[in-house]
Ligand binder design. Structure first.
Ligand code: TRP
Ligand code: ZN
Length: 883
């Protein structure tokens, strides 16, 4: 058991800093066994804070060796300051002074990948959220913004490239083969946006002309072997820069913008000013090695980090409770960018699918927290789906309520009013209010109340008067620390459909003007009735179009209603939604049938909907693919009160088989039509065709004959792109054809052993496979030479994929899956606490399962809890899960 209880930090305790740091001058001397960090800080008393005497200066610092310190050039003796495990404090004697320090750190031993560390042969940094304090003593908080000048000194042969934020202003050579470069960032920034890179990298260069005709030097730095894989990231960057000008009026502000790809990285990427550092998985993309999904991810992450330059860097967060100010807004911005670049409806379907399977589960679990949390122990634990994805949904609702034009007025005001400041979510909402003359005080409950609201809608049809009423009831389940919730503002986008599937004109009783064929009802009360009049026949409502609010909607649709909507709703998103809901309904029914010991038969209506879809050549093939995809096991677990793991897995697999067998000839026909040899194209239309083709391949490989097996092997061998090759591999790995499967796996590993990102796919495909023996396979793969527990991508690809996406394998009844995960968490706790903590998520969901599994999962959590040297990261998640 740990001796020192980690401390909880509260939003309500926020206070301005006692001092500001106007200037930060850093010199890094990089060596193989240590680094020296020389800092010179220009400090000034915060005059806005009424203080009688000069308060002590308390700088954050962790795992640092202080070699020297001087105040206004006077060396400090040991009694002049105090150092403990988290800080350095001293008593200033004037309101303005300069502090110089030298610290010694060991980047080569930094396995937590936070602060300054080595990834392969290069030095790099990750400072968000609180990594800068592992580099030097500092006021490591986002409301302290400083102008940085950085000099990097290193061996020229091993580290020819030396980078930091801003513009290069000087460079030169030292004796002994060392060289240096100085960078100056003219924009004041918090320390979390600081970055440094030193390595042997090649440069891919391009340029961008801004809306005001400035030429920006665009640079992507990668290890030499990845030179050919940067084109897509560069194109995505230029498209992002143009889009931010066109949609938000935001121009880039430095003359140079750099991206560096590193292999060891805890997250996707980081928006450091002028020097974004990326997980190589979010930069590199070539058709031979990356799937269409990976291409889309690169585009989205490049855009996300670029957009942060305004939403995050120029206007930043006052404190870490405001994280969603930059993350929710920026996720919304990148989602809209991707929607504009690709299919808007498909993008929305993907995001909603992800949100409902994952964020809803977080909202229903022990780590549930508001979009703006009230407290945390370790801020790294709050880079969550709630802050990012639900935060983006909250911004999307604001966009819906303001309208596109009003929203733009609001963001213009926000950027203008707060440029160069560190602000709060309230400031963001205030700008939208002021620009539009709206009152969002009730709406702001979305920031403070956790949990997923439920929306129960019932209807009443009065044939005599032609009136149709919607009775809407909202509620929100209790979450940790919040037993009672007040009503939310819920924008409900909706339409009414006649028996032909046509939208009917909407006129609300009591309103003088009609609302057209689609409207947004703003729900504000716990219970509310909306009555439409002048209707010639009883309508079928199409509700929550485009998922206009992150709620769980319930309307008593019959299966026939859903069939109708799946075929006729003019709104593409709700068409998909009807198809999903029908499949969910069918599967939930089958789970009950299975538990009653009766035979499982697919509802003919679902088969007929699929049959219609397969014949629909006018519909975007990517949409068809989305609609043919059955809801995931994870989503079914989320929807269940107590999830029956075996039944869910069995039912879903059985239904897939039933569909495959019932629609064999239709699927084969459509697949043949799509399975034509064609040159590779990265166009959205080509991706859409591959998506449908490979979805069909998955179905056709169920109880496949020799011909189909041969076709699948042929696709695996002959594919001219990784999307097709990987889809064939997935189909083979999940098939009973042992020989073909082993041959494909061996061939794949042989061919791609030199490509870490491709090997990640190889690990994942096997980790996710639901056939028996999954845990043993994963354990064996941990011994594979390409696996490495210190590389987060590998951990995610193998262990994370198994625990999060292999329901039946992970939740083995004997608890061996839980034990395996706990052991890995314990190992990672010592190496990389952030990754260890994230890996704990599946165990925190123990309340969802039967009592035997609950007991087994809790036992593992308790075992972790008892660990000597438990990190605050893992401690917070485990202790809250057991509470
Ligand atoms: N700001 C980054 C983003 O969302 C998040 C991030 C990157 C991060 N690396 C991190 C957060 C490490 C915590 C720790 O774009
Ligand atoms: Zn971000």
């Amino acid at each position: 058991m740990r001796t020192e209880q980690p401390k909880t930090i509260y939003l309500k305790d926020y206070q301005q800093p006692d001092y500001w740091i106007d200037e930060t001058h850093l010199t890094f001397e990089l060596f193989e066994d240590h680094a020296l960090v020389h800092s010179r800080l220009a400090l000034r008393l915060n005059a806005d804070k009424p203080q009688k005497t000069l308060p002590p200066l308390v700088l954050d610092g962790q795992q640092l060796q202080l070699l020297s310190a001087a105040l206004d050039d006077q060396p400090l003796a040991e009694g002049d300051y105090r150092v403990d495990a988290h800080s350095l404090s001293l008593q200033p004697t004037s309101a303005q002074f300069e502090l110089a320090m030298t610290t010694r750190i060991e980047p080569q031993n930094n396995t937590a990948l936070e602060g300054l560390y080595k990834s392969g042969g290069m030095f790099c940094t990750q400072c968000e959220a609180e990594g800068f304090r592992k580099i030097t003593y500092y006021l490591d908080r986002p409301d302290v913004m400083s102008r940085f000048t950085t000099t990097v000194v290193a061996d020229k042969g091993d580290y020819p490239v030396l980078l930091s934020n801003g513009n290069p202003i000087a460079s030169g050579e030292h004796e002994g083969g060392r060289h240096w470069a100085t960078w100056e960032d003219p924009f004041p920034k918090p320390a979390y946006l600081f970055a440094l890179v030193a390595g042997d990298l090649v440069l891919i260069q391009d340029s961008f002309a801004t809306m005001n005709g400035r030429e920006i030097d665009l640079r992507i730095y990668v290890e030499p072997e990845n030179r050919e894989q940067c084109g897509h990231a560069m194109d995505s960057l230029k498209r992002s820069m143009r889009w931010d000008e066109e949609v938000y009026g935001r121009e880039y502000d430095l003359d140079i913008f750099m991206i560096v790809a590193v292999n060891d990285f805890n997250m996707g990427a980081m928006e450091n000013k002028g020097l974004n550092i990326f997980n190589s998985s979010c930069v590199l993309a070539h058709p031979d090695t990356a799937t269409d999904l990976a291409f889309q991810r690169v585009e989205a992450v490049v855009a996300h980090e670029y957009f942060h330059n305004w939403s995050g860097n120029r206007v930043t967060c006052r404190d870490w409770f405001q994280l969603s100010l930059k993350e929710g807004f920026t996720v919304f911005r990148d989602a809209e960018f991707s929607a504009d670049m690709n299919s808007r409806t498909v993008k929305r379907i993907e995001d909603v699918t992800f949100l409902r399977a994952n964020q809803f589960a977080e909202d229903a679990g022990p780590m549930a927290h508001p979009v703006r949390p009230d407290s945390f122990i370790e801020i790294s634990n709050f880079y969550t789906l709630t802050v990012y994805e639900k935060g983006a949904e909250v911004v999307r609702m604001l966009h819906t309520l303001c309208g596109a034009e009003g929203f733009r007025k609001g963001t213009d005001l926000y950027f203008e009013r707060h440029d160069g400041q560190a602000v709060t979510c309230d400031d963001f909402v205030k700008a939208l209010e002021d620009a539009n003359g709206l009152d969002f005080s009730q709406f702001k409950r979305w920031y403070s109340q956790a949990g997923t609201p439920r929306l129960e809608v019932h209807s009443h049809w009065d044939a005599a008067t032609g009136q149709f009423s919607l009775l809407c009831k909202q509620s929100c389940p209790p979450t940790p620390g919040q037993s009672e919730k007040l009503p939310f503002v819920i924008p409900l986008r909706m339409a009414l459909l006649d028996s032909e599937g046509q939208e009917m004109p909407l006129k609300l009783v009591g309103e003088s003007a009609a609302r057209g064929n689609e409207t947004v009802l703003a729900l504000t009360e716990a219970e509310q009735v909306f009555t439409f009049e002048g209707l010639a026949e009883e309508p079928l409502p199409s509700l929550l179009r485009g998922f206009s609010a992150p709620v769980k909607l319930n309307y008593p649709y019959s299966r026939d209603d859903r069939v109708f909507l799946a075929k006729h709703d003019p709104d593409g998103f709700n068409r998909w939604e009807a198809c999903q809901a029908l499949a969910v309904d069918v599967m939930q029914g089958l789970v009950d049938i299975h538990r009653a010991g009766r035979p499982l038969l697919a509802d003919q209506r679902l088969i007929e909907v699929y049959r219609t879809l397969l014949a629909d050549n006018a519909l975007d093939p990517a949409m068809v693919a989305e609609m043919l995809r059955l809801p995931s096991e994870a989503y079914l677990v989320e929807l269940a009160e107590v999830a029956d793991v075996e039944a869910i897995h069995l039912v879903r697999e059985t239904l897939r088989r039933e569909l495959a067998l019932a629609l064999r000839s239709e699927m084969l026909a459509r697949w043949r039509q799509l399975n034509v040899a064609e040159p590779y194209s990265a166009e959205a239309t080509a991706m859409a065709r591959r998506s449908l083709k490979n979805t069909l391949l998955g179905y056709l490989m169920i109880e496949a004959g020799d011909d189909m097996l041969a076709a699948c092997v042929r696709q695996f061998v002959e594919a001219n792109n990784m999307t097709d090759r990987q889809a064939a591999l997935v189909a083979l790995v999940n098939s009973p054809f042992e020989e073909a499967k082993q041959a494909a796996l061996a061939q794949f590993a042989e061919r791609w052993q030199g490509y870490p990102l491709v090997m990640d796919q190889w690990f994942s495909v096997q980790a996710i496979c639901g056939l028996s023996g999954a845990l043993e396979r994963v354990e064996a793969l941990m011994q594979h030479p390409a696996f490495n527990l210190r590389n987060p991508n590998k951990v995610r690809a193998l262990i994370g994929a198994f625990a999060n996406q292999n329901l039946i394998g992970f939740h083995r009844a004997d608890g061996a899956g839980y034990r395996f995960l706990a052991e890995r968490i314990i190992e990672l706790n010592a190496l990389n606490p952030q990754i260890a903590s994230r890996l704990t998520t599946p165990l925190t969901r123990w309340r969802k399962f039967d009592s035997a599994r609950q007991g087994l999962m809790r036992a593992e959590l308790e075992r972790i809890m008892a660990l000597e040297g438990l990190s605050p990261d893992v401690y917070e998640v485990v202790s809250k899960s057991l509470a």
